[in-house]
Write a protein that binds this ligand. Structure first.
Ligand code: 3PY
Ligand code: MG
Length: 254
């Protein structure tokens, strides 16, 4: 029924796409590739409540696990996207144990959290009863706290111990900005790569999932070697740009 946790328990990393463009046809085309999951980005992408609801339904109909990155600090949205059928929630800039506790409280049902009762739409998307959804869902969902500041890195031990936080997602751009105090990011650069390895190792020690974002396959392979459990590769810009480049690079008349 809810495949995401099963996928995460397999020996290979879960592969995810990362989309901010809301067009349904575009999403359907992304689903034709061998991604296990697709992240719909409400923080920096164009998804709003209406389009994210439609996007989640599209992903479920195509057999892809829907994961949503919510906007900064939007705890209400965290619960709503789960009600819309998301299997995973990514919350940006979780910088403290308090932030992590709040995230867990709005995404997990009692006794771990306080997610409000409203399962009917999600249950029907997965073809299960409301009671089955309520009984099973928290064992299958993935609540990821983004570690993307130096502050968060220093608090990671406490963040990982919060019940209901299933793991972390490393934001390599913001992490490098925070560490280097330079607004031009250096994802997975020399100043942060050891921190990335340390974050992944700490997740292993605590039995939590380590997820990471990248735009290129070389870095995705490195993340796999480091032990990341979920790897998101590419964004709309690279999907489109690489597609167009493949069409025009071989032209002889330009
Ligand atoms: C980051 O690199 O900061 C991210 O949030 C990835 O989307
Ligand atoms: Mg970020």
């Amino acid at each position: 029924m809810f495949r995401l946790k099963q996928l995460l328990d397999s020996s290979k990393p879960v592969l995810s796409a990362w989309c901010g463009i809301t067009d349904p046809h575009y999403l359907e085309r992304v689903c034709e590739f061998s991604f296990d999951a697709v992240v719909l980005d409400m923080q920096h992408g164009f998804f709003d409540e209406t389009s994210v609801q439609a996007g989640i339904a599209t992903l479920i109909s195509k057999g892809k696990a829907p994961i949503v990155r919510i906007p900064l600090g939007r705890w209400d949205t965290a619960s709503r996207v789960l009600d819309f059928g998301a299997l995973g929630v990514i919350a940006p800039m979780i910088n403290s144990v308090e932030d992590a506790r709040k995230l867990a409280s709005v995404t997990k049902f009692v006794p771990v959290g306080e997610r409000s009762f409203g399962p009917r739409h999600a249950a029907s998307l997965y073809g299960v009863s409301s009671n089955e959804y309520l009984e099973e869902f928290d064992h299958c969902s993935l609540v990821l706290a983004m570690i993307e500041t130096l502050e968060a890195y220093h608090k990671i031990e406490g963040i990982l111990k919060v019940e209901g936080i299933d793991g972390v997602l490393i934001g390599p751009g913001d992490l490098s900005i925070s560490v280097r105090q330079d607004r031009i990011p250096d994802p997975y650069g020399t100043d942060t790569i050891d921190m990335v390895k340390d974050i992944i190792n700490r997740c292993k020690i605590d039995g939590k999932k380590a997820a990471a974002f990248t735009i290129d396959s070389n870095t995705a392979n490195r993340l796999s070697e480091m032990g990341a459990d979920l790897i998101s590769v590419g964004i709309d810009d690279t999907y489109i740009a690489n597609g167009i480049a493949s069409h025009i690079s071989g032209l002889k008349f330009r």
